[in-house]
Design a protein around this ligand. Sequence first.
Ligand code: ATP
Length: 591
Amino acid sequence: MARNKFDIDENLESPFDIKHFRRALVYIKKQKTPMIIAFILSAISAAVSLSAPLIMQHVIDVTIPAKAVGPLVGWSALMLVTIVVSVYLATIRSRMMTSVGQDIIFDIRSDLFKHLQQLPFKYYDDRPQGKILIRVVNYVNSVSDVLSNGIINFILEIVNLIFIAAFMFAVDVRLSFVILAGLPVFLGVMLLIKTRQRRAWQAVSNKSSNVNAYLQESISGIRVTQIFSREQRNEGIFTRLAGSFRTEWMRALRYNALIPFTVDNLATIVTALIYLIGLLALNPQDITFGIILAMGTYAFRFWQPILNLSQLYNNFINAVAYLERIFETLDEPVTVSDVPNAKKLPSIQGRVTFDDVTFAYDPGNNILENLSFDIKPGESIALVGPTGAGKTTVVNLISRFYNITGGKILIDGHDISQVTLNSLRSQMGIMLQDSFIFSGTILDNIRYGKLDATEEEIIAAAKTVCADEFIREFEHGYQTEVNERGSKLSQGQRQLISFARTLLADPRILILDEATSSIDAKTERLLQQGLNELLKGRTSFIIAHRLSTVKNCDRIMYVSDKGIAESGSHDELIARRGLYYRLYTAQKMEA
Ligand SMILES: Nc1ncnc2c1ncn2[C@@H]1O[C@H](COP(=O)(O)OP(=O)(O)OP(=O)(O)O)[C@@H](O)[C@H]1O
């Protein structure tokens, strides 16, 4: 998919076909037993309630004219029993189906989450998070009822229809055909609006996705919005997006409303015809008043399941628009994954080799071209250079967050595209520019790097990176609860926690991407000691704009023009008086 934005409708990569619905059956099949029981309960309940018109007919035609009080009481009691039984069974069924619906939601959501966890960075680069969230949360909710109750009700209504037809044909064949006469008109209307209705619901799903994406983006960016006083402008954008959602929703509902409107009118017309034909046209000898009344009731009852079926059809068309999106997400290829028979990367020493590597985020726009270098185990490498030159890209490739377009990346001589991702990434320690903090305690956040770490190990790691002191200053120390993204913490504190997290994982290759940029000079000096500990014996890649922090690295690589323009120690590069020299002296003059 091309890059998407909150106000761009997503195109469906593949149109819906019945295969999607068959795929949904996988989730339904798991619920086979409760669904069959619910179906049987409903069928009994429907059959019991259907006997009511027959009782009524008998009472009117036989019991009342005979003035038989005893049987009248008996028939009335039986009528009451039929109502109570059918209501009771319907209640049990409804409870069972609620549970089935929730199980289906659970299964689809779990599959989506599992898949989303595996999708590569590229997937997330290309679309707003809100558009992903809405699929997992809202769309799954919207389809569960169709996949659970919808299926059962569909079968039931068909069975119901057959029962009613059998009952009504048993009472009077001629009047039964009058009841059926409205069917062709109904089917004609359905066929006429089918495609437009489906498109209307697809548009609704697009617009709701846009609103969600903008909402999510606005909440994440609220600080910047308020800094730049953009509230009014943003309200305008939101109003526009919410307005087009409303318009599409109303349009889709107009199609939906057309169906019950047609059914209601047809039901009324055929019922009226029954009375009219029954009273005027047919022979009063063989059409009793009881038959006319029973057929009038059946006429209404016959069109009731059709009305229900048409509502189910509406829900189905609506759900299809969401199912398409859900399956599209589940079908999203995991482009960065283990190759068949991928080997486990053994414990590494930390040698990193780029062999003629070319890489592009978007085809045709190479960020790196024919890049080659060889880093010995334990070497510390600084990647410096202008903004946007490709420093972060180089380190992202070492962990195989993206697939390269050409060449090879080797770790200890193993091609990283041929080893399992887990064995590769578990030996890397990566500290990104944005040290993400998860909701939970500080202790949990550090433990993220090694789930079985003891509290002592965690505190030792925090001490090494100078985080222990500030953590203890909080009222609850290591048990302090932090919000998602760590909004209770300063940027520097977040970075220190993230250092401790990385140290705890004890990786052989360490990547620090602007990891010390938010730490004040005094803490940084202290941290430097911890950092020296952290770097000892590990291959490290350090990206830093502040060159004073990387002067002591074994090798400095200046990234520019899709490759490494200069490489050497600080002294060597200063002596060369090239790009690095210019950058360094410019920074010195600023300081
Ligand atoms: N996910 C992405 N999709 C497409 N292009 C990207 C992506 N990430 C980075 N780029 C582009 O790749 C180039 C290199 O980006 P990179 O983040 O590697 O630069 P950098 O040297 O680390 O920059 P900085 O010093 O600002 O962090 C930039 O031109 C950037 O626009």
